[in-house]
Design a protein around this ligand. Structure first.
Ligand code: ADP
Length: 314
Protein backbone atom coordinates (compact mmCIF):
# COMPACT_ATOMS: atom_id res chain seq x y z
CA UNK A 1 0.00 0.00 0.00
CA UNK A 2 1.45 3.31 -1.08
CA UNK A 3 1.49 6.24 1.40
CA UNK A 4 -0.95 8.05 -0.89
CA UNK A 5 -3.51 5.23 -0.43
CA UNK A 6 -3.32 5.62 3.39
CA UNK A 7 -3.95 9.38 3.10
CA UNK A 8 -6.90 8.76 0.74
CA UNK A 9 -8.53 6.20 3.03
CA UNK A 10 -8.07 8.52 6.05
CA UNK A 11 -9.67 11.35 4.16
CA UNK A 12 -12.60 9.10 3.18
CA UNK A 13 -13.11 8.12 6.83
CA UNK A 14 -12.99 11.77 7.82
CA UNK A 15 -15.59 12.62 5.17
CA UNK A 16 -17.92 9.88 6.43
CA UNK A 17 -17.44 11.06 10.00
CA UNK A 18 -18.17 14.65 9.03
CA UNK A 19 -21.32 13.61 7.15
CA UNK A 20 -22.62 11.84 10.26
CA UNK A 21 -21.30 14.05 13.06
CA UNK A 22 -22.05 17.47 11.57
CA UNK A 23 -25.83 16.92 11.16
CA UNK A 24 -25.91 15.18 14.54
CA UNK A 25 -24.19 18.20 16.17
CA UNK A 26 -26.57 20.61 14.41
CA UNK A 27 -29.64 18.61 15.50
CA UNK A 28 -28.34 18.40 19.10
CA UNK A 29 -27.59 22.13 19.18
CA UNK A 30 -31.09 22.77 17.84
CA UNK A 31 -32.75 20.62 20.52
CA UNK A 32 -30.63 22.20 23.27
CA UNK A 33 -31.30 25.71 21.93
CA UNK A 34 -35.06 25.10 21.81
CA UNK A 35 -34.99 23.75 25.37
CA UNK A 36 -33.04 26.76 26.69
CA UNK A 37 -35.27 29.21 24.78
CA UNK A 38 -38.36 27.51 26.27
CA UNK A 39 -36.97 27.76 29.81
CA UNK A 40 -36.14 31.45 29.22
CA UNK A 41 -39.46 32.20 27.59
CA UNK A 42 -41.32 30.47 30.42
CA UNK A 43 -39.99 33.15 32.84
CA UNK A 44 -40.87 35.89 30.34
CA UNK A 45 -44.35 34.43 29.83
CA UNK A 46 -44.86 34.38 33.61
CA UNK A 47 -43.76 38.02 33.71
CA UNK A 48 -46.11 38.97 30.85
CA UNK A 49 -48.97 37.10 32.56
CA UNK A 50 -48.38 39.01 35.81
CA UNK A 51 -48.09 42.35 33.98
CA UNK A 52 -51.45 41.67 32.26
CA UNK A 53 -53.11 41.08 35.63
CA UNK A 54 -51.76 44.27 37.22
CA UNK A 55 -54.10 47.18 37.70
CA UNK A 56 -54.50 49.82 40.41
CA UNK A 57 -56.59 47.39 42.52
CA UNK A 58 -54.08 44.55 42.75
CA UNK A 59 -50.67 46.17 43.01
CA UNK A 60 -49.78 43.52 45.59
CA UNK A 61 -49.04 41.01 42.77
CA UNK A 62 -45.35 40.05 42.36
CA UNK A 63 -43.47 37.97 39.77
CA UNK A 64 -41.34 36.27 42.46
CA UNK A 65 -38.95 34.74 39.90
CA UNK A 66 -36.87 31.70 41.09
CA UNK A 67 -33.34 32.56 42.16
CA UNK A 68 -31.52 31.71 38.91
CA UNK A 69 -28.97 34.49 39.35
CA UNK A 70 -29.30 35.52 35.70
CA UNK A 71 -30.40 38.70 33.92
CA UNK A 72 -34.05 37.58 33.82
CA UNK A 73 -34.08 37.30 37.60
CA UNK A 74 -32.63 40.84 37.74
CA UNK A 75 -35.38 42.21 35.44
CA UNK A 76 -38.07 40.41 37.48
CA UNK A 77 -36.66 41.76 40.78
CA UNK A 78 -36.46 45.31 39.37
CA UNK A 79 -40.06 44.98 38.25
CA UNK A 80 -41.14 43.68 41.70
CA UNK A 81 -39.35 46.62 43.37
CA UNK A 82 -41.13 49.07 41.06
CA UNK A 83 -44.47 47.45 41.98
CA UNK A 84 -43.60 47.77 45.68
CA UNK A 85 -43.00 51.53 45.27
CA UNK A 86 -46.18 52.00 43.21
CA UNK A 87 -48.18 50.01 45.77
CA UNK A 88 -46.91 52.26 48.59
CA UNK A 89 -47.67 55.45 46.60
CA UNK A 90 -51.20 54.25 45.72
CA UNK A 91 -51.89 53.16 49.32
CA UNK A 92 -50.81 56.52 50.73
CA UNK A 93 -52.95 58.35 48.13
CA UNK A 94 -55.91 56.18 49.14
CA UNK A 95 -55.28 56.84 52.82
CA UNK A 96 -54.96 60.58 52.08
CA UNK A 97 -58.33 60.65 50.28
CA UNK A 98 -59.93 58.76 53.20
CA UNK A 99 -58.41 61.20 55.71
CA UNK A 100 -59.65 64.23 53.72
CA UNK A 101 -63.19 62.81 53.62
CA UNK A 102 -63.06 62.02 57.32
CA UNK A 103 -61.79 65.48 58.33
CA UNK A 104 -64.36 67.27 56.17
CA UNK A 105 -67.23 65.04 57.26
CA UNK A 106 -67.19 66.20 60.90
CA UNK A 107 -67.61 69.98 60.33
CA UNK A 108 -70.10 69.31 57.51
CA UNK A 109 -72.22 67.07 59.76
CA UNK A 110 -72.17 69.71 62.53
CA UNK A 111 -73.08 72.43 60.02
CA UNK A 112 -75.95 70.37 58.59
CA UNK A 113 -77.26 69.63 62.10
CA UNK A 114 -77.18 73.29 63.09
CA UNK A 115 -79.03 74.41 59.97
CA UNK A 116 -81.63 71.66 60.37
CA UNK A 117 -82.28 72.74 63.97
CA UNK A 118 -82.59 76.38 62.84
CA UNK A 119 -85.21 75.45 60.22
CA UNK A 120 -87.34 73.28 62.51
CA UNK A 121 -89.31 76.22 63.93
CA UNK A 122 -89.17 79.99 63.84
CA UNK A 123 -86.72 81.48 66.33
CA UNK A 124 -85.75 84.79 67.87
CA UNK A 125 -83.13 86.94 66.09
CA UNK A 126 -80.72 86.20 68.98
CA UNK A 127 -81.08 82.44 68.44
CA UNK A 128 -80.54 82.83 64.68
CA UNK A 129 -77.46 84.92 65.40
CA UNK A 130 -75.99 82.26 67.66
CA UNK A 131 -76.72 79.47 65.11
CA UNK A 132 -75.20 81.51 62.30
CA UNK A 133 -72.05 82.33 64.24
CA UNK A 134 -71.46 78.68 65.20
CA UNK A 135 -72.13 77.68 61.56
CA UNK A 136 -69.53 80.23 60.51
CA UNK A 137 -67.00 78.54 62.83
CA UNK A 138 -67.55 75.21 61.05
CA UNK A 139 -67.24 76.91 57.64
CA UNK A 140 -63.95 78.46 58.82
CA UNK A 141 -62.68 74.97 59.73
CA UNK A 142 -63.62 73.62 56.28
CA UNK A 143 -62.01 76.63 54.58
CA UNK A 144 -58.79 76.12 56.58
CA UNK A 145 -58.58 72.43 55.64
CA UNK A 146 -59.24 73.19 51.95
CA UNK A 147 -56.66 76.01 51.92
CA UNK A 148 -54.01 73.78 53.55
CA UNK A 149 -54.76 70.97 51.09
CA UNK A 150 -54.45 73.37 48.17
CA UNK A 151 -51.08 74.59 49.45
CA UNK A 152 -49.83 71.01 49.81
CA UNK A 153 -51.13 70.05 46.35
CA UNK A 154 -49.30 73.02 44.82
CA UNK A 155 -46.03 72.06 46.52
CA UNK A 156 -46.53 68.43 45.40
CA UNK A 157 -46.94 69.44 41.78
CA UNK A 158 -44.05 71.92 42.16
CA UNK A 159 -46.56 74.53 41.04
CA UNK A 160 -46.03 76.85 44.01
CA UNK A 161 -43.29 79.00 42.54
CA UNK A 162 -41.12 80.35 45.32
CA UNK A 163 -40.81 84.09 45.24
CA UNK A 164 -37.13 84.08 46.11
CA UNK A 165 -35.55 87.27 47.34
CA UNK A 166 -32.64 88.33 49.54
CA UNK A 167 -33.75 88.73 53.13
CA UNK A 168 -32.64 88.80 56.76
CA UNK A 169 -34.20 85.81 58.52
CA UNK A 170 -33.55 87.37 61.94
CA UNK A 171 -35.74 90.37 61.06
CA UNK A 172 -38.54 88.07 59.87
CA UNK A 173 -38.43 85.96 63.05
CA UNK A 174 -38.34 89.12 65.23
CA UNK A 175 -41.50 90.33 63.47
CA UNK A 176 -43.25 86.93 63.95
CA UNK A 177 -42.23 86.77 67.63
CA UNK A 178 -43.56 90.26 68.36
CA UNK A 179 -46.86 89.43 66.56
CA UNK A 180 -47.33 86.16 68.43
CA UNK A 181 -46.16 87.34 71.86
CA UNK A 182 -49.71 88.42 72.71
CA UNK A 183 -50.97 84.88 72.06
CA UNK A 184 -48.26 83.45 74.33
CA UNK A 185 -48.80 86.04 77.05
CA UNK A 186 -52.48 85.11 77.19
CA UNK A 187 -51.27 81.65 78.22
CA UNK A 188 -48.53 83.01 80.47
CA UNK A 189 -45.86 81.47 78.22
CA UNK A 190 -42.59 83.35 77.79
CA UNK A 191 -40.95 83.66 74.34
CA UNK A 192 -37.28 84.55 73.87
CA UNK A 193 -35.42 85.01 70.60
CA UNK A 194 -31.64 84.64 70.86
CA UNK A 195 -30.00 85.94 67.71
CA UNK A 196 -26.45 86.29 66.62
CA UNK A 197 -25.52 88.69 63.81
CA UNK A 198 -27.63 89.06 60.67
CA UNK A 199 -28.81 85.92 58.87
CA UNK A 200 -29.04 86.81 55.20
CA UNK A 201 -30.43 84.20 52.85
CA UNK A 202 -32.29 83.85 49.56
CA UNK A 203 -35.79 82.71 50.35
CA UNK A 204 -39.51 83.23 49.91
CA UNK A 205 -40.48 85.65 52.70
CA UNK A 206 -44.19 84.72 52.81
CA UNK A 207 -43.56 80.98 52.81
CA UNK A 208 -40.81 81.23 55.44
CA UNK A 209 -43.17 83.33 57.54
CA UNK A 210 -45.81 80.61 57.22
CA UNK A 211 -43.20 78.01 58.26
CA UNK A 212 -42.12 79.80 61.46
CA UNK A 213 -45.66 80.92 62.36
CA UNK A 214 -46.74 77.24 62.20
CA UNK A 215 -43.85 76.06 64.39
CA UNK A 216 -44.30 78.87 66.91
CA UNK A 217 -48.06 78.40 66.95
CA UNK A 218 -47.58 74.71 67.79
CA UNK A 219 -45.01 75.55 70.48
CA UNK A 220 -47.51 77.95 72.12
CA UNK A 221 -50.40 75.50 71.67
CA UNK A 222 -48.56 72.56 73.25
CA UNK A 223 -46.81 74.44 76.09
CA UNK A 224 -48.76 74.74 79.32
CA UNK A 225 -49.04 77.85 81.52
CA UNK A 226 -45.75 79.16 82.88
CA UNK A 227 -43.75 77.48 80.12
CA UNK A 228 -40.93 78.89 78.01
CA UNK A 229 -40.22 78.98 74.27
CA UNK A 230 -36.73 79.80 73.02
CA UNK A 231 -35.86 80.53 69.40
CA UNK A 232 -32.22 80.62 68.44
CA UNK A 233 -30.56 81.34 65.10
CA UNK A 234 -27.07 80.07 64.30
CA UNK A 235 -24.96 79.91 61.18
CA UNK A 236 -22.66 77.05 60.23
CA UNK A 237 -20.84 77.77 56.98
CA UNK A 238 -23.49 78.18 54.31
CA UNK A 239 -26.31 76.76 56.46
CA UNK A 240 -28.58 78.76 58.77
CA UNK A 241 -30.01 76.77 61.68
CA UNK A 242 -33.09 77.97 63.52
CA UNK A 243 -33.95 76.14 66.73
CA UNK A 244 -37.38 76.40 68.34
CA UNK A 245 -37.47 74.77 71.78
CA UNK A 246 -40.39 74.62 74.15
CA UNK A 247 -40.97 73.26 77.63
CA UNK A 248 -44.29 71.76 76.55
CA UNK A 249 -46.00 68.38 76.71
CA UNK A 250 -43.53 66.75 74.29
CA UNK A 251 -44.07 63.91 71.80
CA UNK A 252 -43.35 60.23 72.48
CA UNK A 253 -40.55 58.50 70.53
CA UNK A 254 -43.12 56.22 68.80
CA UNK A 255 -45.05 59.21 67.43
CA UNK A 256 -42.05 61.34 66.39
CA UNK A 257 -41.45 59.74 62.96
CA UNK A 258 -45.11 60.31 61.98
CA UNK A 259 -45.74 63.91 63.00
CA UNK A 260 -44.84 65.26 59.54
CA UNK A 261 -47.41 62.93 57.89
CA UNK A 262 -50.54 64.53 56.50
CA UNK A 263 -53.49 64.53 58.90
CA UNK A 264 -51.37 62.97 61.64
CA UNK A 265 -52.28 64.30 65.05
CA UNK A 266 -50.67 62.74 68.09
CA UNK A 267 -53.80 62.71 70.19
CA UNK A 268 -57.04 64.37 69.17
CA UNK A 269 -57.94 65.13 72.79
CA UNK A 270 -54.75 67.07 73.47
CA UNK A 271 -54.48 68.90 70.15
CA UNK A 272 -58.12 69.98 70.13
CA UNK A 273 -58.27 72.29 67.14
CA UNK A 274 -55.48 70.89 64.95
CA UNK A 275 -56.00 69.04 61.68
CA UNK A 276 -52.50 67.60 61.48
CA UNK A 277 -51.62 69.48 58.30
CA UNK A 278 -49.41 72.22 59.80
CA UNK A 279 -46.19 70.22 60.00
CA UNK A 280 -46.70 68.71 56.51
CA UNK A 281 -46.81 72.25 55.13
CA UNK A 282 -43.74 73.20 57.22
CA UNK A 283 -41.83 70.24 55.74
CA UNK A 284 -42.88 71.13 52.16
CA UNK A 285 -41.71 74.74 52.60
CA UNK A 286 -38.35 73.67 54.09
CA UNK A 287 -37.78 71.16 51.27
CA UNK A 288 -38.76 73.71 48.59
CA UNK A 289 -35.90 75.84 50.00
CA UNK A 290 -33.56 72.80 49.73
CA UNK A 291 -33.34 72.58 53.50
CA UNK A 292 -34.41 70.02 56.07
CA UNK A 293 -36.10 69.86 59.47
CA UNK A 294 -35.33 67.76 62.54
CA UNK A 295 -37.23 67.19 65.74
CA UNK A 296 -36.21 65.99 69.20
CA UNK A 297 -38.64 65.57 72.03
CA UNK A 298 -39.00 64.22 75.55
CA UNK A 299 -42.51 63.49 76.77
CA UNK A 300 -43.67 66.00 79.40
CA UNK A 301 -40.34 67.89 79.15
CA UNK A 302 -40.44 69.64 75.78
CA UNK A 303 -39.76 69.63 72.06
CA UNK A 304 -37.08 71.15 69.83
CA UNK A 305 -37.56 71.64 66.10
CA UNK A 306 -34.43 72.60 64.13
CA UNK A 307 -34.78 74.06 60.64
CA UNK A 308 -31.66 73.94 58.45
CA UNK A 309 -31.76 76.32 55.49
CA UNK A 310 -29.02 76.86 52.93
CA UNK A 311 -28.00 80.51 52.51
CA UNK A 312 -28.14 80.32 48.70
CA UNK A 313 -30.60 77.62 47.67
CA UNK A 314 -29.85 76.32 44.18
P1 ADP B 1 -51.90 70.17 64.46
O1 ADP B 1 -52.63 71.13 63.60
O2 ADP B 1 -52.74 69.05 64.97
O3 ADP B 1 -51.10 70.85 65.50
P2 ADP B 1 -49.40 69.62 63.12
O4 ADP B 1 -49.13 68.96 61.82
O5 ADP B 1 -48.96 71.03 63.28
O6 ADP B 1 -50.95 69.45 63.41
O7 ADP B 1 -48.73 68.72 64.25
C1 ADP B 1 -48.91 67.32 64.28
C2 ADP B 1 -48.88 66.79 65.70
O8 ADP B 1 -47.58 66.98 66.26
C3 ADP B 1 -49.84 67.52 66.63
O9 ADP B 1 -51.06 66.81 66.71
C4 ADP B 1 -49.13 67.57 67.95
O10 ADP B 1 -49.61 66.56 68.80
C5 ADP B 1 -47.67 67.32 67.63
N1 ADP B 1 -46.84 68.53 67.88
C6 ADP B 1 -46.45 69.44 66.96
N2 ADP B 1 -45.69 70.41 67.54
C7 ADP B 1 -45.59 70.09 68.85
C8 ADP B 1 -44.93 70.69 69.97
N3 ADP B 1 -44.19 71.80 69.85
N4 ADP B 1 -45.05 70.06 71.16
C9 ADP B 1 -45.78 68.91 71.30
N5 ADP B 1 -46.41 68.30 70.29
C10 ADP B 1 -46.33 68.88 69.07
Amino acid sequence: MSPLDTVCSNLKRLRTLLFVLLPAAVILAGILGTFLAKVTLRSFNKMIGTIHQIEAKNLKLRINAPDTGDEIKKIADTFDNMLERLDKAFSSQKQFAQDISHELKTPLTVLKGELEVALKKSRSPKEYESILSSSLEEIDKIAKIVESLLTLAKFDSKEEPLNIGRMDLNLLIQEIVSDMKILAEQKNVEIKFLQRKEMILNGDRDQLKRLFVNLLDNAIKYTPQGGKIILESKKEGKIINIEISDTGIGISQDELPRIFDRFYTVDKSRSGVGFGLGLSIVKSIVEAHKGNIEVKSVLNKGTTFTVHLPVYPA
